[in-house]
Design a protein around this ligand. Sequence first.
Ligand SMILES: NC(=O)c1ccc[n+]([C@@H]2O[C@H](COP(=O)([O-])OP(=O)(O)OC[C@H]3O[C@@H](n4cnc5c(N)ncnc54)[C@H](O)[C@@H]3O)[C@@H](O)[C@H]2O)c1
Length: 261
Amino acid sequence: MTPSSYLEQQFGLTGQTAVVIGGAGVLGGAMCAGLLQAGARVIVADLTEAGCQARVETLKQHGGQVGYCLVDVTSRNSLELLLKDAVAESRRVNILVNAAGINAGNDFLDASEADWDRILAVNLKSIFLSCQIFGRHMIEQGGGSIVNIGSVTSHLPLSRVFAYGASKAGVLNLSRNIAQDFALKGVRVNVICPGFFPAEQNRKLLSPERTDSIMRHTPMKRFGEPEELIGALLLLVSPKAGSFVTGAAVDVDGGFMCSWL
Ligand SMILES: NC(=O)c1ccc[n+]([C@@H]2O[C@H](COP(=O)([O-])OP(=O)(O)OC[C@H]3O[C@@H](n4cnc5c(N)ncnc54)[C@H](O)[C@@H]3O)[C@@H](O)[C@H]2O)c1
């Protein structure tokens, strides 16, 4: 077997359909590109037409099959329509990536209840809803793989992002709980915990002081590049290479989680 056919057998996604929620975003977009290049048909799912269209245009350079559907992850109805559209387009969904997310930074006493509700709805309740809706479909179709995007703050508190931290800790706990529930039903559920990658949702939060502090705690002394998430993603979604991996949290963080002093 040649190296490329071995890699294709281990990690290839030909014939699989992947829905990437938050696919118009910075990290979701890189993950769409990785899935597409590994052979999957990709459906970009995000809030706005303009965001989805721009992402699809960029992805077309990789060839393969890519389309988009609009979704608001805070709405069960909207997620059900997304599944319906995805199934109409490609019969079944094999892979779901949950990469939508929002953030807000404040001192605790200034953190607003409205932000708390919004962040918990977009970052955490969306995982409950989408894993139920897509999980049921995958079980009925004979299997699948779900990857939810956590954060280093799934493991420990980061200052000033109270609702975000609580939501991401919830993403990890909930994902592991669903992973055990689905383990004998053919659906694997895993979490990628990225470190720090400059993107839209954290642009305002990355002040020079915070960036300094992040670098002091990141042994590799740099931000991540979105493409650096693809290797972990392909392992987790691959029916062959990832077949015995469920309930895992893969940190892609330049060593942030191993740096305590
Ligand atoms: N960038 C980082 O450093 C970092 C680190 C850890 C975790 N994350 C997580 O990675 C994921 C992707 O974030 P990103 O950094 O690429 O940010 P981003 O802002 O570039 O992308 C987030 C996407 O989510 C979409 N979105 C927001 N609300 C939505 C809703 N209600 N319905 C559907 N889509 C919605 C946005 O339109 C956007 O395209 C998020 O879950 C984020 O929390 C990011």
